[in-house]
Design a protein around this ligand. Structure first.
Ligand SMILES: [Zn+2]
Length: 249
């Protein structure tokens, strides 16, 4: 016999989908399921896959036997163990992330969390704690939420890894990094972060996955890694949605 509750639930979903059909979070086109992207947006999303640098995750154009590190990581090893990003920073990725950052598109998590789970598949089983890059208090007020903290919480729930959203804090506000050179970016974030004193004990000996939305020059995540390592963390891995394509030097 058909369970009336099941029928009602199915009907409810159909009614809901008719009234509020799932839409692509970038283009607004109707799509088949929540979290899906319209086909023309999907085409502009470039997922990052091997071959790539073992440390910073920069994709290599082709596979070379025994080549595991890019030239930059060979000459200047980063303080973090590894960095991985889900996609290359394209126009569609930018629209998606900016919409998430400045709008109320928290449902973009249904897109991003699976991406982070995939990009972090070699990292997440080996970390003890997920920590987001912190947003300055005033920006938090202006934007109402820290997108990196939302990403971290949702990722932690799906990966089964504990999350500490306030392990790191900003000591001072930094200039927008948009038009700064790599050197200026590093200077801009130098000394900008510290750890929240009440979280100091929690961090001891922990292997951390540090979450941010975009990896540009890596100045911010390197600075956060430095602070975490100075405060008793044993290793740091970086996980971001998108990576800005830089020439491999
Ligand atoms: Zn590298």
């Amino acid at each position: 016999m058909i369970n009336p509750r099941t029928v009602l639930q199915a009907l409810g979903r159909n009614v809901l989908d008719t009234v509020l059909p799932p839409r692509c979070v970038v283009s607004g086109d109707i799509v088949s399921d929540q979290g899906m992207l319209a086909p023309h947006i999907w085409r502009d999303i470039a997922f990052i896959s091997a071959p790539m640098c073992d440390r910073c995750g920069v994709p290599f154009d082709y596979h070379i036997e025994d080549k595991t590190l890019c030239a930059r990581c060979t000459d200047y090893p980063p303080p973090y163990q590894s960095a991985r990003s889900a996609v290359t920073y394209s126009d569609a990725a930018r629209d998606l992330i900016l919409g998430f950052k400045h709008g109320d598109r928290t449902h973009a998590l249904s897109v991003f969390t699976p991406w982070l789970l995939r990009a972090g598949q070699d990292i997440l089983p080996h970390v003890d704690l997920i920590v987001p890059v912190p947003l300055h208090y005033w920006r938090l007020v202006a934007r109402r939420y820290n997108q990196a903290a939302l990403l971290a919480q949702d990722l932690g729930r799906h990966a089964g890894v504990p999350v500490c959203v306030d392990a790191l804090r900003r000591r001072r506000n930094t200039r927008s990094q948009g038009h700064l050179s790599p050197q200026d970016r590093a200077h801009n974030v130098s000394g900008a972060f510290d750890i929240t004193p009440k979280r100091a004990a929690l961090l001891q000996g922990k292997r951390i996955a540090l979450i941010d939305d975009v990896y540009t020059t890596g100045a911010t995540v390197r600075e956060c890694t430095k602070i975490l390592l100075e405060n008793g963390v044993s290793s740091v891995h970086i996980l971001t949605i998108a990576k800005v394509k830089m020439s491999e030097t």
